[in-house]
Design a binder for this molecule. Structure first.
Ligand SMILES: Nc1ncnc2c1ncn2[C@@H]1O[C@H](COP(=O)(O)OP(=O)(O)O)[C@@H](O)[C@H]1O
Ligand SMILES: [Mg+2]
Length: 260
């Protein structure tokens, strides 16, 4: 049997800061993300979603447990060995303005990954930036602009384009549409669906809004206080949910009549 694209085996993270009580941000989390199966993580603020994402991308080390990509352990690697992992796992955060240096032109930012991994030469940057902007339905002229000259939605498209430029297998979106207006959010979600088909991507879509997470995923893990309390197929979420916490999340979302 082929290994899952991503597998977490009893992954935990405890933060020890100063002389305060240790924070058990993530506790013995295990799950699999098969290739092509978009997976959601939902749970309220502070439940450990971002910590989980940061451990998968190697931005934070695990306290215990293992993370595997295509059956190969990627947790606990030395910096130099992490390079190849980054090629396969990309992350998009909530605030696109914090992802880009304020003085860096959009086109330079867009093509950084391609240059870093030696996929293009510096002379090809302009052309590649143009292509990447078109890929996410933006005007190629934006390449020369600075981040603050773009709207939040435009800039998040830029960040997504850059993440995808190096052809990763897994893209982790951590509250990536949460700060956007509902209409812009919908546009970004349909963009993600189109890009997934074009580039054979798998998304790990993290959010607090169950309706949004459900709309782009096939399976959802519900997280509470650092642990996964339930795994549910997105399609039959309402019928299959059993855990009281999931039911509580559901009642707060679907009482506001379906968003689709
Ligand atoms: N670098 C850190 N140092 C100490 N505590 C942290 C750190 N990062 C996160 N935490 C704590 O871990 C818990 C989970 O945070 P986080 O993963 O950001 O949750 P979420 O993304 O679900 O809102 C919170 O209690 C948070 O305060
Ligand atoms: Mg978070």
């Amino acid at each position: 049997m082929e290994p899952a694209l991503l597998e977490l085996r009893q992954v935990s993270k405890t933060f020890q800061t100063g002389n305060t009580k240790p924070v058990k941000a993530v506790q013995s989390v295990s799950f699999e993300v098969p290739s092509g199966i978009n997976t959601g993580i939902v749970g309220e603020s502070g439940c450990g979603k971002s910590t989980l994402a940061r451990m998968i991308t190697g931005l934070t080390g695990v306290t215990s447990g293992e993370i595997l990509l295509n059956g190969t352990r990627i947790s606990g690697l030395r910096r130099s060995a992490q390079r190849d992992v980054y090629r396969q796992v990309q992350m998009v955060f909530q605030d696109p303005y914090s992802a880009i240096s304020p003085r860096m032109p959009v086109g330079t930012f867009l093509t950084e990954g391609l240059v870093h991994f030696g996929l293009i030469s510096k002379g090809d940057r302009k052309e590649q930036a143009r292509k990447l902007l078109e890929l996410v339905d933006l005007d190629p002229q934006l390449a020369l602009r600075l981040p603050h000259q773009l709207s939040g939605g435009q800039l998040q498209r830029v960040v997504i384009a850059r993440a995808i430029s190096i052809h990763p297998r897994l893209v982790i979106l951590d509250e990536a549409t949460s700060a956007l207006d509902v209409s812009v959010q919908k546009q970004i979600l349909s963009l993600l669906v189109r890009l997934q088909e074009e580039f054979s991507l798998t998304y790990l879509f993290i959010g607090h809004d169950l309706a949004v997470v459900r709309s782009i995923t096939e399976q959802i893990f519900v997280m509470k206080e650092g642990s996964i309390v339930e795994r549910l197929p997105s399609e039959t979420l309402q019928e299959d949910a059993r855990h009281p916490y999931t039911l509580q999340l559901l009642s707060s979302v679907f009482s506001v009549k379906d968003l689709s």
